[in-house]
Design a protein around this ligand. Structure first.
Ligand SMILES: Cc1ncc(COP(=O)(O)O)c(C=O)c1O
Length: 588
């Protein structure tokens, strides 16, 4: 056995002490400066600790890991990992264990990526890209644009860089797609086949072919459980909430508030009072921008966003910046499409008032290091919002472990209806924020002289909300809980890894977004074939993908592109779906 980081051979351990646990966690989480991540050492350490039967190690390591991984790994995950290692490799095959473990870590955060980050940063000229002092945004009409105004946020031609498929480093390929049938693939409590049966729309034919839904980044499909719950609501419970003294009002209020509790539990919020129902991510970000951030801003103050953002996490900040004279600063990305943390840290000044960053890029699929983004913002005394639109369906979230100030997501991207989403806010920021809209439901008492607001969350829910859809959102999250989010995340990781590998083999196809830690999106362009032609050909074969700028023009332009083809994966997609996709693409 090799000597490990904790100053002795693993065999010397005996029962794990506080210090050993601490050292193990530290060695697991060695960061960019720590440099010494050794999968083999970690595997040994874990193995020994497991042998000694102290499951406390999992809690400790998982807690720490969740800080780095953005809450993606839970105790259960660690236990599963160890079980896999025990079963598949055996304790005496340490190098096998180590490499397996190293692969598994990619589920959560990509140790390799952390390790590589400093050198990647030094290798690229990306730091040149981050020398902007900040954009003073203009939001202008088409007419103004035509008459010569411009947002001036485009990157220069030098900044653009298309990543060839062969640069697909760091995406670990552990699965062999197509070997198992869908009824043999087990995801948590169900087989893939059972999950597919839960989604009636997957039985549809499109242009004579079975539908392959790979437009999950735009919206997901709904399972029978959600559709039935909506029907039940409208058949048995429909009423306005909070206001009636009758049975159905009580039923619908109960269902609505139960859904709020389900959302709170799903994202690890301390209370359902931390959860505000909104129409979706876009409305959520606008709410935070106008109700919480705008009142903080003076001319010259700064808001940090990243180059990866969806327009929904750019334009609201431009609007408040324009109104207040604040400026917007942008976190640059490295060649793989991952945020450059040292550059992020450099953006903070005394004028920084807020940070708003995506958890997962809707175009590149990059999973950003949210825990670190949050920790760094907090070190500078700045609050931060995480846009969870593209993570909520794919990655277990724990806003409390992450210490996020705000977290927003849309229901329709997590198997729930459109028109509903949620804003999570810490108690103190919800108290500080001003009401967003005025009207019924959000008030305690109104006279013509003054209004007394209700406390959060009602303070932000003026008027009648989308009650049935909120109930549907609760049903969608119950559905995922029933399967188990860690299992969903693990399966999707295998799927995305397989997808990157298979698409990467296609001649002339360039994958856009190759971060080691990726979720769902497999964006690409193909030499000599227009993206529209690719989209049409896929549609003829029943495969739904999105083609275009995906409401994320800054990051696409960074790669010198105006459009990409974007297949996005979800829970019900199969290895076979990817094989069919690759087959059609090869025929182009
Ligand atoms: C990362 C991200 N943020 C925000 C949004 C906006 O979500 P919605 O249109 O549901 O408000 C999207 C939608 O695609 C997204 O991908």
């Amino acid at each position: 056995m090799t000597t490990n980081n904790f100053g002795g051979s693993a065999a010397d351990f005996g029962l794990p002490s506080e210090l050993e646990l601490e050292s193990l966690a530290n060695s697991l989480l060695s960061d960019i400066d720590g440099s010494l991540f050794e999968p083999e050492v970690c595997a040994e350490g874990i193995e020994e600790l497991v042998t000694n039967g102290d499951t406390g190690v999992f809690d400790t390591a998982a807690n720490k890991a969740s800080k780095v991984f953005g809450g993606q790994l839970k105790t259960q995950d660690f236990e599963n990992i160890i079980d896999d290692l025990k079963r598949e490799a055996g304790y005496d095959e340490l190098s096998g264990v180590a490499s397996e473990y190293s692969g598994l870590t990619d589920i959560g955060g990509g140790f390799r990526e952390l390790e590589d980050q400093t050198s990647t940063y030094e290798r690229t000229d990306a730091n040149k890209r981050s020398q902007h002092t900040g954009y003073a945004p203009q939001v202008i009409s088409q007419q103004q644009a035509a008459s010569g105004s411009d947002l001036s946020v485009r990157t220069t031609a030098d900044d653009r860089n298309v990543i060839p498929a062969k640069d697909n480093a760091g995406v670990d390929s552990r699965t062999v797609g197509g070997q198992k049938g869908n009824s043999q693939i087990v995801i948590g409590t169900k087989t893939l086949e059972q999950i597919r049966q839960d989604f009636p729309i997957l039985q549809e034919k499109v242009n004579g072919n079975p539908l392959i839904w790979l437009d999950n980044g735009a919206t997901t499909q709904r399972p029978r459980q959600v559709i039935d719950r909506l029907s039940y609501y409208y058949e048995h419970e429909n009423s306005n909430v909070h206001r009636g003294a009758h049975t159905l009002a009580a039923k619908s209020t109960d269902a609505y508030e139960k859904a709020r509790q389900t959302v709170a539990d799903f994202i690890g919020a301390p209370s359902k009072d931390n959860v505000v129902f909104v129409r979706g991510t876009t409305e959520g970000i606008n709410l935070v921008a106008h109700s919480y951030v705008k009142p903080l801003l003076q001319p010259g103050d700064e808001i940090i966003v990243s180059l990866l953002e969806h327009h929904a996490n750019i334009v609201p900040w431009q609007l408040v910046a324009q109104e207040t004279g604040a400026v917007i600063k942008v976190i640059p990305v490295d060649e793989s499409g991952q945020l450059i943390l040292p550059e992020y840290e450099k953006l903070f000044t005394k004028r920084t008032k807020f940070v708003s960053v995506t958890h997962v890029s809707n175009v590149l699929g990059t999973i950003t290091p949210v825990a670190e983004l949050i920790a760094i913002a907090h070190r500078h005394g700045v609050r931060i919002l995480i846009d969870g639109a593209q993570s909520i369906a794919h990655i277990p979230i724990n806003v409390t472990a992450l210490d996020a100030d705000w977290f927003v997501f849309s229901g329709h991207k997590v198997y729930a209806p459109t028109g509903i989403g949620a804003v999570y806010g810490k108690k103190e920021v919800l108290e500080e924020a001003k009401p967003y809209h005025g009207g019924g439901n959000m008030i305690q008492d109104v006279t013509f002289e003054r209004t007394i607001y209700n406390p959060a969350p009602n303070k932000f829910e003026a008027g009648t909300g989308s009650i049935g859809d909120a109930v549907g959102l609760g049903a969608a999250l119950d559905y995922l809980n029933g399967i188990g989010m860690p299992a969903v995340s693990k399966y999707e990781h295998e799927l995305v890894t397989y997808g990157m590998k298979e698409l990467g083999k296609i001649q002339g196809l360039h994958l856009i977004g190759t971060a080691a830690n990726k979720s769902s999106a497999l964006s690409f362009v193909i030499d000599g074939v227009s993206n529209d032609a690719v989209g049409q050909k896929l549609d003829q074969n029943g495969i739904a993908v999105r083609v275009g700028h995906h409401c994320a023009q800054p990051i696409l332009r960074h790669y010198g592109l105006e459009s990409v083809v974007r297949p996005t994966l979800a829970l019900y997609n199969s290895f076979e779906d990817i094989d069919t996709l690759a087959k059609v693409l090869r025929s182009l």
